[in-house]
Design a protein around this ligand. Sequence first.
Ligand code: NAD
Length: 287
Amino acid sequence: MATIINGKEVSATLRERIRTETERLVRETGVRPGLAVILVGEDPASQVYVKNKKKGCDQVGFLSREYLLPENATQEELFSLIDALNADPEIHGILVQLPVPRHIDGAEVIRRIDPKKDVDAFSAENVGKIMIGDFDFVPCTPAGIMELLEAYGIDPAGKRAVVIGRSNIVGKPMAMLLLHKNATVTVCHSRTVGLAEICREADLLVAAVGKPHFVTEDMVKEGAVVIDVGIHRTENGLCGDVDFDRVKEKASFITPVPGGVGPMTITLLLKNTLTAAKNAAEKGKRA
Ligand code: NAD
């Protein structure tokens, strides 16, 4: 039976480290990390995310500001808020909760945020930096997974890694981060032929498919490390992309849902914001 990777525990340890580093940054430079979260509309799931982000900021001693714009806010209104936050020295990270209403162009929103404050790492500049391996911010979910691997002493070097899913926020950056850590990486997607066979070769399998219980026991190699990114609300509570009960009997390590990858995501957002604040403090010293 696999070791169950405890994301709550790793997340709490990392938040404590962020809190300590924040205290030091404030003491030594006077800079307190500041995160601005913008929500357009009243999507209930997004409201929960925004609330959790604020709670996370409070926990580690960040300044946090929330901007709740009505569903019918115009793109111009949103852009002028982003412009003001780009210029605001108290704010180091700006996050627009996605998805935005249909009359607003999500790609333009990402382009509008100053890349130095793009703590989600969605901008072309930050994505490009990840590609060349010289980056400050990494999309929070894949970065959280790398923290989990490190916390459990799992070194991707030399391992055959398979990532199922090629989204810009999970699959693609996940593959790049594993490659930077010297794994041999295969990315599978909806048009992959022979998926189960490819998965069976994986020493490290990351499922970011968005389909409940998609990864079954027969797709997993004995002793593989299995990371489940999926989150699905079902009648019986939350579940992931992996058939956890059966796969855990075969894997060496596995993340549960809930309590695995999920708790890491906001923590990594805090880490990216701290990095942005440190960079701003450093720039202030040089100016
Ligand atoms: P997405 O829908 O953007 O991407 C899904 C990917 O799965 C696509 O690239 C697609 O090619 C691939 N796919 C779909 N059907 C497939 C099939 N039959 N075979 C192989 N590949 C297939 O989703 P996403 O944003 O990458 O998120 C994936 C999952 O992770 C979702 O369940 C989402 O809710 C969850 N998620 C969790 C967190 C977290 O913090 N834990 C963060 C982001 C996303």
